[in-house]
Design a protein around this ligand. Structure first.
Ligand SMILES: [Zn+2]
Length: 252
């Protein structure tokens, strides 16, 4: 049996799935064929930057070969979906909720996978459970980690997907090293004259170039960077005598 299907764009306007799939392929170029497949569910809605064309695809399973665009699509997709051990369906939500994995079955095999994944919230959708895409899967998990444009949504979804890939032995922890995580080495402290404050544009992990004015003294004179560095644990009030630390990228 085929292992994992990473299903994206069930809702054509939720591009988080595309971002995650692209990142997985970048990190693990050989993973297709080793047990992971990626499926764009609603390609046409994605192309038209819409949630759906006629009907919400996630409400019309198992579909209808004579029905609307999405009903036909659901009917085509369900066959493929049912051939995998696990289907991950990646969504985003603007509802304000997040950190959720939605399931439409709560059987032993689903519970076992949820125990591996350990999401903050599990939602057993027991209202019309047969209408969603994951309902056609043996084990189906719908990721709803948060808002589309929140970087945390991407990171949480990536961590979850990778945990499942690792559980199915498609990747090893070493495969990840140096790719997704950014490594930094702290090499200096940056002195703070009494009462000085940072310029507004300064952000942690955002490069400060040599010669750049990154702070102001009490007399409004500028403080200039003596070398390129990434500010970390940086702030005007974190520490008494330093702004924080200077870091540089670390090659793992
Ligand atoms: Zn969605």
């Amino acid at each position: 049996m085929k292992k994992i299907l990473l299903n994206i764009l069930t809702h054509g306007d939720e591009c988080i799935g595309k971002k995650v799939a692209d990142e997985i392929l970048r990190m693990y170029p050989n993973i297709i064929g080793e047990g992971l497949d990626i499926q764009i569910a609603n390609e046409r809605a994605y192309g038209e930057k819409k949630r759906y064309i006629d009907h919400d695809l996630n409400r019309v399973f198992p579909g209808n070969p004579m029905g609307s665009y999405e009903e036909k699509l659901a009917n085509q997709l369900k066959q493929n979906i049912s051939t995998y051990k696990l289907v991950i369906d990646v969504h985003s939500t603007e509802s304000g909720s997040g950190d959720m994995v939605i399931v439409t079955k709560f059987d032993e095999s689903t519970k076992n996978i949820l125990a591996v994944l350990e999401p903050k919230y599990v939602l057993f959708m027991n209202i019309q459970p047969d209408r969603s895409l994951i309902s056609s899967a043996r084990i189906g998990l719908a990721f709803e980690m948060g808002s589309e444009n929140d970087e945390k949504t991407f990171i949480k979804t990536m961590i979850g997907v990778k945990r499942l890939l690792s559980y199915f032995k498609l990747i090893t922890p070493q495969d990840s090293f140096g790719f997704f995580t950014k490594y930094f080495e702290v090499f200096a402290q940056i002195t703070k004259p009494s009462g000085a404050h940072l310029k507004n544009h300064i952000e942690n992990f955002l490069l400060i170039k040599k010669g750049e004015v990154f702070a102001e003294k009490v007399d409004s004179s500028g403080i200039t960077a003596e070398f390129d560095f990434y500010p970390v644990i940086f702030g005007s009030t974190n520490y008494e005598t330093i702004f924080g630390f200077a870091a540089r990228p670390l090659d793992p």
